[in-house]
Design a protein around this ligand. Structure first.
Ligand code: ADP
Ligand code: MG
Length: 341
């Protein structure tokens, strides 16, 4: 009898403590776009939504893959005039704007150069200067024209939306979750993280910035409704004669970007812009990135912030992250600089 009463009291206390039960987490994983992806959504229709998320990503991959025969990008790269689907047209439009806005630090036509270095196949090599110079003549995003949703590339120009595709996928997934009535979700697409709302308990999501030299973290940023996208030279590279060559190419030289940074993380409401800018600012380096932030932040809706990790161990953040970013563990004693308007 006593025992039973005790149990009833405990229940009452529990119920009083959390009137609404914590919404259930639903997760799914997928290998797509050369990336391990994980989707988590909370609440009643979370399970359905994370299954549908897989279909959305597969659909985008089938449209955008540079190597997948039959994709819209593949067909355009092989001489066909292609009527673009709404998603490809939308992504290409955003990416082209980012190319222009970054003065070509992002260039969606750099693909032939990326291929010459072997980053598409894994047959890595250092191309000679003559080869690079010839290929660079065809690298120019302004040659990409879309008329009435038809993409018809000039001879020799090839398109690669790899620097923006995962970010765009993140945006589409946030839309998809909203459509299911989900208010709290997180997706991880390799180095891209994007969150919807806050965590179910109302607190901000904590997203880690990887230590480029190890398995640990350099810092943590607290966000709601944001994409947190990192591009780093450490993610994909090869070494030859003691030199490290990474997969982010400076379209001005045809060589892997060597701007003194080991990684760039962009925090932005738009996934596609976060992705475009993480690649572009890695090419720019610290000084130009700070100048770009000052010039563009009022223009890009909602603005953006960055976290730059320098080869010298310095961490540079923009003012908007001053209260939400913290150095982590071994990195706690690194120099933290703040860029202000
Ligand atoms: P990841 O896809 O590895 O997460 P990024 O978003 O930075 O990283 O995209 C890098 C990819 O974009 C490269 O693998 C290459 O295909 C392509 N790329 C490399 N340099 C550039 C550039 N300057 N502009 C546009 N695309 C680039
Ligand atoms: Mg990118």
């Amino acid at each position: 009898m006593r025992k039973a009463l005790g149990a009833v009291l405990a229940c009452a206390l529990l119920l009083g403590g959390c009137a609404a039960p914590a919404p259930e987490a639903h997760s799914s994983t997928l290998l797509a776009m050369d990336t391990v992806m994980e989707f988590t959504a909370y609440g009643e229709r979370g399970g359905e939504s994370v299954e549908a998320a897989k279909d959305t990503v597969r659909e985008l991959e089938a449209l955008l893959s540079v190597t997948g025969e039959g994709s819209e990008i593949y067909r355009a790269n092989h001489g066909e005039a292609v009527k673009l689907s709404p998603m490809t047209a939308d992504l290409l439009g955003e990416a082209m704007e980012a190319c222009a806005s970054t003065g070509g630090a992002l260039d969606v036509t750099v693909y032939p150069v990326v291929r010459a270095w072997g980053f598409t196949t894994g047959n890595y090599q250092v191309p000679d200067q003559q080869t690079l110079s010839a290929l660079l003549e065809q690298v120019d995003y302004t040659q990409v024209q879309v008329e009435n949703a038809v993409l018809d590339l000039p001879e020799g120009v090839e398109l690669d939306l790899g620097a923006a595709a995962k970010g765009y996928a993140g945006d589409r997934l946030m839309d998809l979750f909203r459509g299911y009535g989900v208010t709290s979700a997180m997706v991880t697409l390799g180095g891209n993280v994007q969150v919807l709302g806050a965590k179910p308990d109302g607190s901000a999501w904590r997203v880690a910035v990887q230590d480029p030299a190890g398995d640990g973290y350099a810092g943590v940023v607290r966000v709601t409704d944001k994409a947190v996208v990192t591009s780093g030279g450490y993610q994909r590279y090869f070494e030859k004669d003691g030199v490290r060559y990474s997969h982010i190419i400076d379209p001005a030289t045809g060589y892997p970007a060597a701007s003194g940074l080991t990684s760039v993380t962009i925090v932005c409401g738009s996934g596609v812009w976060a992705d475009c800018l993480s690649t572009a600012l890695f090419v720019m380096g610290k000084e130009k990135a700070a100048g770009y932030w000052r010039a563009q932040n009022g223009w890009l809706e909602g603005g953006f912030d960055f976290i730059l990790l320098g080869e010298d161990g310095t961490v540079t953040i923009t003012q908007g992250l001053e209260d939400s970013f913290s150095l982590y563990g071994d990195w706690s004693d690194h120099t933290l600089e703040v860029v202000r308007p």
